[in-house]
Design a protein around this ligand. Structure first.
Ligand code: OGA
Ligand code: NI
Length: 357
């Protein structure tokens, strides 16, 4: 993990934080990171290959269970999302990030805003800037799209809304499969799952742009973090960059494993709220994004969580005499507030017996 800053970015005036269009010949001091090589990086081969799971596999539940226990992440095929939708979404994302910095800044997030253009929320914990720009969509994108494009804004909104709809259904299906893979029955899930159907799910879409970088070993696209969601589905274009932190095991020491882009797949990772719901059986996974010397990388994160007003705690059936409930129940909103304050200490803060916030 990169060290915490001496001077958090939240003390710097807003306009100075906003990403420009990355036209640098070398990595400026503002974007030069130390501590990036805290653990070795390994190629995705042999036992360091993130599991690839076909959602139509008859042994799906067992495969998901193994992947969540050993990795906290897997890639999926057989998900039913049309490649054409992903192609159209990708085109709109390129169109957005190709706009002038001034135009994009018309939708800049102010502190406390969820939606809009700007730095990812974890930026405020670091003294260095990341080599990326982001655009977050929570709710309808219409208001922002009208500021980005004075005329043709509906093609962006239509694709984002279509994607949101399809991904909510896929996210809900995966959530239920993950709960089945924890050994719960369908009846247990009806009783305990905070999301009744896909209309209920809270979700946010994060568009990420990682411009090519002249010296990619000196900077980072997105610093190491876990997601606060139940689960995140990530789509990446054909440029690699996503890395997962794998724990020390019989095959090697703690290491960063690259998740290669496989066409028409999503990468599914366990977030902090699933870590809570599963009472620590499925751990949220630390991940980060590196940048490429020649190619523009884009990714889309789809974060799935409970309805905003529903408290999530360890499912009763998953607690027992050897392991009582490890965390107290929280809403997603409350947990996000803790993350903004405490970043990687937020989970500890809701540990029963160790509440510090
Ligand atoms: C995220 C994330 C990784 C990537 O948006 O939370 O982890 O590869 N993105 O862009
Ligand atoms: Ni993430």
């Amino acid at each position: 993990m990169p060290s915490l800053p001496e001077k958090p970015l939240s003390n710097v005036p807003l306009q100075l934080h906003q990403p420009k269009n990355f036209q640098f010949d070398s990595v400026p001091e503002s974007h030069a990171w130390r501590d990036l090589h805290d653990h070795p990086t390994v190629d995705p081969i042999g036992p360091d290959t993130v599991p690839l799971i076909d959602l139509t596999d008859p042994k799906l539940t067992a495969k998901i269970s193994k992947a969540c226990e050993e990795w906290g992440v897997f890639q999926i095929t057989g998900h039913g999302v049309q490649p054409d939708l992903l192609t159209r979404l990708e085109a709109q994302i390129h169109r957005l990030f190709a706009l002038s910095a001034d135009r994009k800044l018309k939708t800049a997030k102010s502190p406390g805003d969820v939606s809009g253009y700007g730095l990812v929320p974890i930026s405020s914990f670091f003294s260095k800037l990341m080599w990326s720009a982001g655009f977050t969509i929570s709710g309808s994108p219409l208001h922002h799209a009208q500021k980005l494009w004075l005329d043709d804004y509906s093609s962006f909104c239509d694709v984002v809304e279509e994607f949101d709809n399809v991904m909510r259904q896929l996210g809900n299906k995966l959530l239920h499969k993950i709960l089945l893979s924890l050994g719960l029955s369908k009846e247990d899930i009806i009783r305990a799952c905070p999301v009744r159907d896909w209309h209920d799910m809270s979700a946010a879409v994060q568009l990420n742009s990682y411009p090519p970088c002249p010296d990619p070993d000196r900077t980072i696209g997105l610093a190491a973090h876990t997601d606060s969601s139940f689960l995140t589905l990530l789509y990446q274009n054909s440029v690699s960059g996503l890395q997962i932190l794998r724990s020390k095991d019989h095959t090697g020491p703690m290491r960063w494993v690259t998740v290669p882009p496989v066409p028409n797949t999503f990468t599914v990772n366990i977030g902090d709220l699933m870590h809570v719901l599963s009472n620590v059986r499925f751990r949220s996974v630390m991940h980060r994004a590196m940048v490429n010397p020649a190619k523009h990388r884009i990714s889309v994160g789809f974060f799935c969580g409970p309805p905003m007003d529903v408290k999530v705690g360890p499912i009763n059936k998953l607690t027992g005499p050897e392991r009582g409930p490890v965390y107290r129940p929280v809403t997603w909103q409350e947990y996000q507030r803790l993350r903004r304050k405490l970043f990687d200490k937020a989970l500890e803060a809701i540990k029963i017996g160790e509440e510090i916030a």
